[in-house]
Design a binder for this molecule. Structure first.
Ligand SMILES: [Ca+2]
Ligand SMILES: [Ca+2]
Length: 255
């Protein structure tokens, strides 16, 4: 769309604006001031921006990834956080874990310099956010995707590791491991590390632990990056099932 074709565009859709309003609208879409509105600029214009609630979750997730607080996420940091072992392509041997991490990094790394800035990370989630109408669902997706424990009711995290802790003096209890990212693969080392992390979160008198996963509630969608990759954005196929978000019960909608 150009400045000249802009008015025709608005008329086609029965959008009645005066000349000044049309010019103002055009300038809003024409982000780079080139005098034309590209498809991406148009989509981005109608997409809008994330609200503060969601932005806070994006920042929390970025902090989980940026372990040294340098302001950028490196491939090494992503490898420590994002587990590719369940990726079907890795399991079938089509790609190596390193290649899977590199592919995952590309979703965020817009300038392809091998690292992800906070701005790149946020921009990616702007697209994801645009196709999610419930803040609760957005929170649940971020908690599960980046293993941020906690949350209440509908937004309660379901992805973090749960373990059955057997105590020597008190009754057994199920405990959520607050930081379950980057655990060793070796079962013995993994158990030792989980016990260490449980102690650091205040769980004492541990005789033995057994892994548990919360059983899924029937009919409850649990968002993950599998879905995340299909979020609506230019160049990506939309996931029709994501429309069902609108039909779910919700506690609050802040967008
Ligand atoms: Ca870093
Ligand atoms: Ca980058």
């Amino acid at each position: 769309m150009t400045k000249r074709s802009g008015p025709t565009f608005f008329n086609c859709f029965n959008l009645r604006f005066n000349a000044a309003e049309k010019l103002s609208l055009f300038s809003t879409f024409d982000r780079d001031g080139s005098g034309t509105v590209s498809y991406d600029e148009f989509i981005r214009g109608v997409r809008g921006e994330m609200n503060d609630f969601r932005l806070e979750w994006v920042n929390k997730a970025f902090s989980v990834l940026d372990k040294d607080g340098s302001g950028v996420v490196t491939t090494a940091e992503m490898s420590q956080t994002y587990d590719v072992s369940a990726n079907p392509a890795v399991q079938s041997g089509k790609v190596t874990p390193q290649q899977a991490i590199a592919q995952f990094m590309k979703h965020f790394d817009q300038n392809s310099d091998g690292q992800i800035t906070r701005e790149e990370f946020t921009e990616n989630y702007e697209w994801v956010s645009a196709s999610i109408d419930s803040d609760d669902y957005f929170e649940l997706m971020m908690r599960n995707a980046w293993h941020i424990a906690g949350g209440e009711g509908w937004s309660a995290n379901t992805s973090n590791l749960r373990v059955l802790v057997k105590h020597t003096r008190s009754p057994d209890e199920v405990v959520c491991v607050l930081n379950d990212l980057g655990l060793p693969r070796d079962p013995a080392l993994r158990t030792m590390e989980v016990v260490k992390r449980l102690k650091s979160q205040g769980v004492m008198d541990i005789a033995k632990i057994e892994p548990l996963r919360l059983r899924r509630e029937s009919g409850k969608r649990e968002p993950s990056h599998t879905w995340f990759f299909n979020a609506i954005r230019p160049g990506f196929a939309a996931d029709p099932s994501s429309r069902s978000c609108a039909n779910r019960s919700r506690r609050s909608v802040h967008r």
